[in-house]
Design a binder for this molecule. Structure first.
Ligand code: SAH
Length: 335
């Protein structure tokens, strides 16, 4: 729900200061309506139901993958598409992937979100409402800002949302923010960020290749990004998680692995190799054998490296596939 509007309506009704907290606590624990908030006066519940929409997002459709992953498409009040994903794991982990923007202004060549029209930054409430949508179905315990958008370009709203995620059941230590390497945001995370996990989408250690794949590298070159990450590590004493998309014949050779190992200090970085999920772009994923060989080379250089488990590919819910394309009611689409 729009928490600013909630505050405003409560203040206008001269309600005591603790009411906003009461409402939020119900919502954060998965309540589905104001009616359920039995410690609020009936009259107030009715008033809020008329004045403050229970969610700032309208669900448009839900898709369920054969692996249990669920993707939700929403629309904002001004008609912007937003997608969020819930991944269910056998060990009980329930991990949310939330969007920080509708679309994305960066144009990474391998990412479907980068190919759709950029809408705008989401508000903290619009981010939280993605989490609450799934919280109403079941308890959730992990979250990553790996949906649509670049979270560090919308850091005020992202941090405001992070602050409330523990109430929803998601501890800071189970929250991850992923960035293309937006240096002002990394600096701010080092300065004042909550103790969440920071991930860097790296994808190529060579500056020229990285600029080809991710135009943002011209603005913030990798060497400067890595200096900012090192500074973050020194100040926060936290590992940085590197995401490295495995593109066949592009960045997956033995030489590319050695280049990557050359720029990453094993005491600072942990590498997560990401199998490519098909988009409209003309890339092919690396073979499993190429991924395994790449990983072995990194490990031989002392780096910790894992391979990401792909989830939700059959409903276009996997990394890089969020483009709201299956929607008929929304304005943007990768087409
Ligand atoms: N803008 C931020 C947050 C989005 S995270 C960032 O880029 O880090 C989305 C993750 O999925 C990023 O690591 C991105 O590089 C990765 N990704 C993008 N397209 C992909 C694809 N087609 N297959 C697999 N991963 C992809």
């Amino acid at each position: 729900m729009d928490l600013l509007l909630l505050d405003e309506r409560l203040a206008a009704g001269e309600q005591p200061g603790f009411r906003a907290r009461q409402v939020w606590e119900w919502a954060a624990r998965g309540a589905g309506s104001y009616e359920e908030m039995t410690n609020l006066p009936l009259e107030l519940r009715e008033q809020l139901a008329g004045e403050v929409p229970f969610s700032s997002l309208t669900p448009v459709r839900d898709a369920l993958s054969s692996d249990g992953t669920e993707k939700a498409l929403f629309e904002t009040h001004d008609g912007r598409p937003v997608e969020a994903v819930l991944m269910r794991y056998r060990d009980g982990r329930r991990s949310l992937c939330v969007s920080s923007q509708s679309g994305c202004p960066l144009t990474c060549t391998f990412c479907a979100t980068g190919a759709m029209r950029f809408g705008r930054n989401l508000t903290a409430s619009e981010i939280l409402d993605q989490a609450l949508h799934f919280r109403r179905k079941e308890p959730v315990n992990h979250a990553v800002f790996m949906g649509m958008g670049e979270p560090l370009m919308n850091l005020d709203a992202v941090l405001a949302a992070c602050e409330r995620l523990p109430d929803v059941g998601i501890a800071h230590s189970h929250t991850g923010i992923s960035t293309v390497g937006w240096i002002p945001g990394i600096d701010r995370m080092a300065e004042e960020g909550p103790p969440v996990r920071l991930a860097l989408s790296l994808h190529a250690a060579d500056e020229a290749l990285r600029s080809e794949l991710m135009p943002v590298n011209d603005r913030y070159p990798l060497r400067d990004v890595l200096a900012a990450c090192r500074d973050y590590h020194e100040r926060r004493n936290k590992d940085v998680f590197v995401e490295y998309l495995m593109l066949g014949g592009v960045n997956d050779s033995a030489e590319r692995a050695e280049e990557l190992a050359d720029v990453l200090d094993p005491r600072v970085y942990k590498v997560n190799l990401i199998p490519y999920n098909p988009t409209d772009a003309a890339f092919e994923g690396s073979t499993p054998a190429a991924i395994a060989a790449f990983r072995e080379r990194l490990e031989a250089r002392g780096l910790r490296a894992t391979v990401r488990l792909t989830r939700g590919q059959d409903i276009a819910a996997a990394c890089g596939q969020l483009a709201a394309r299956s929607a008929d009611a929304v304005t943007a689409g990768a087409g």
